[in-house]
Design a protein around this ligand. Structure first.
Ligand code: XIL
Length: 315
């Protein structure tokens, strides 16, 4: 029946995939990405980031993002907007601009307002804030934190809400899958923002995981998150292994995918699961983690791996 069909039957909103503009020229890739039995949602992997949308000040380019939104609409899929405020893929004019507090606030508000308004009503979830914590739960230094302080969080979320009241607003991070200092920091932040009346609708769990290393506290942690009254979405799931691939690693990977999917199934407000692309052919892992890869449910030849069967069985 396909992973999205199965996810919906379990009460989830979607099973989805990340994607990127260059690979859309691959006909075999595009056909499977567009198959709504497998994928009910897509996320642009790069083309809505700050460097792609506002490479120079107040000069916006929505072309590549629009290609992906239009594809989703043609297919009947939902879109996750990714991402508005991040310390990476941030143009130098922002990171090295030396702006004072008031100027940087206006730059931040302008960026969010224009990007979100451009796709108003067409985005299901926005990753408003991305990777704001260090591993120990302290604030990650960034031009936004260093200049504006903690206030940049509420400023960003309020600007996003004002520009598109329909989109659900998320704070997204990695290494917040299981319990620990970083996920406790996320929990406390969301609790505080909600108490202050700042709009936040969900916590995005990226879930860039390692074969054999998946936390046993996923469900507990996601129950804790959703007890705040927000949703959880698994936003960038991949489970990488040290290459070369062998049968034992593929079997362990299948177990690990099953663990993640089962935890989401067991948490009612875990609304959906997105893999960070679906085929090893276009995974970011080998480029960023040399010697590792094979992290996705389909291999580089578009053949399903044991992980696919495990996901389907868990859904
Ligand atoms: C990655 C993309 O997949 C790559 O193509 C790009 O070169 C770097 O960024 N966390 C995130 C994503 O929130 O935006 C990152 O995506 C992966 C880690």
């Amino acid at each position: 029946p396909g992973l999205n069909t199965l996810a919906k039957a379990k009460g989830k909103v979607y099973f989805g995939s990340g994607t990127d503009n260059p690979e859309l020229t691959d006909a075999q890739y595009l056909a499977l990405l567009s198959n709504t039995r497998e994928f009910g949602q897509i996320t642009p992997g790069n083309s809505m980031k700050w460097d792609a949308t506002e490479g120079s000040r107040d000069a916006f380019n929505f072309t590549r993002g629009e290609t992906i939104v239009a594809l989703a609409e043609k297919n009947g899929q939902q879109v996750r907007g990714h991402t508005l405020v991040w310390h990476n893929q941030l143009p130098n004019w922002v990171s090295n601009g030396g702006f004072d507090n008031a100027t940087l606030i206006s730059i931040l508000e302008n960026h969010i307002t224009k990007v979100v308004a451009n796709w108003k009503g067409r985005i299901l979830h926005w990753d408003v804030l991305n990777e704001i914590f260090n591993e120990n739960g302290t604030w990650r230094p960034s031009v936004f934190y260093n200049t504006i302080g903690e206030a940049f969080l509420g400023i960003a979320l309020r600007a996003a809400r004002a520009a598109d009241p329909y989109a659900k607003l998320y704070i997204n991070d990695y290494n917040i899958d299981g319990t620990g200092a970083k996920s406790t920091a996320m929990y406390k932040l969301v609790e505080k923002l909600l108490a202050e009346g700042v709009p936040v609708d969900g916590i995005g769990v990226q879930a860039h995981l390692i074969v054999g290393n998946v936390s046993s506290t996923l469900q507990t942690n996601w129950e804790r998150f959703t007890s705040l009254g927000v949703d959880v979405a698994i936003t960038e799931l991949d489970i990488r292994m040290t290459l070369p691939v062998d049968e034992a690693k593929l079997a362990q990977q299948a177990e690990d995918y099953k663990k993640v999917v089962t935890a989401c199934v067991n948490v009612p407000r875990c609304v959906g699961i997105t893999v960070w692309d679906y085929t090893d052919k276009y995974s970011w892992i080998p480029r960023f983690f040399p010697g590792q890869g094979a992290a996705l449910p389909w291999d580089k030849d578009f053949t399903v791996k044991p992980a696919y069967e495990a996901i389907a069985a868990a859904l």
